[in-house]
Design a protein around this ligand. Structure first.
Ligand code: OFO
Length: 164
């Protein structure tokens, strides 16, 4: 049985994952609107992954007979300056999520909640991959210096990152 504090912390993490899903949907729509269709499709798919991250937490709470309490989600930003701005913000957002997961892991260890500590290891690996993924995209956009032809090619590259 999970402690009340752990249940609250996991419910808060669900809200963070749902916010990420909404933020990436918002970014995806901005990309489509500005003819970055590759990035639009990639972020649309990634929003689905974020909502899967939330569902994984919900299932864990359900399996442990804990109370799921969905929280209100703040409105995501919906205007961006450039493709670089979008991906710098995704990268920054992923770093925030990593901090949040790390502090959950710290809590579980300190309170000897080993099953939840173990459950969270999936998120630790996922954050490692996601930070590398988004940092890689930021680096590619910087390489072409937001230049017209180059940015088109980067958009096509981002499309290849869509999981089959
Ligand atoms: Fe992109 O991160 Fe969820 O966990």
């Amino acid at each position: 049985m999970l402690s009340k504090q752990v249940v609250n912390l996991l419910n808060e993490q669900i809200a963070k994952e749902m916010y990420a899903a909404n933020l990436y949907l918002s970014m995806s729509s901005w990309c489509y609107e500005n003819s970055y269709d590759g990035a639009g499709a990639f972020l649309f798919q990634h929003a689905g992954e974020e909502s899967d991250h939330a569902k994984r937490l919900i299932s864990y709470l359900n399996e442990t007979d804990s109370h799921v309490e969905l929280q209100s989600i703040k409105q995501p930003e919906n205007n961006f300056k450039s493709l670089l701005d979008v991906f710098e913000k995704t990268y920054k957002h992923e770093q925030t999520i990593t901090e949040s997961i790390n502090s959950l892991v710290d809590h579980m260890l300190a309170h000897k909640d080993y099953p939840t500590f173990n459950f969270l290891q999936w998120y630790v690996s996922e954050q490692h991959e996601e930070e590398a993924l988004f940092r890689g995209i930021v680096d590619k956009i910087k390489l072409v210096d937001d230049n017209g032809n180059g940015i088109y090619l980067v958009d096509q590259y981002i499309k290849t990152l869509i999981k089959k």
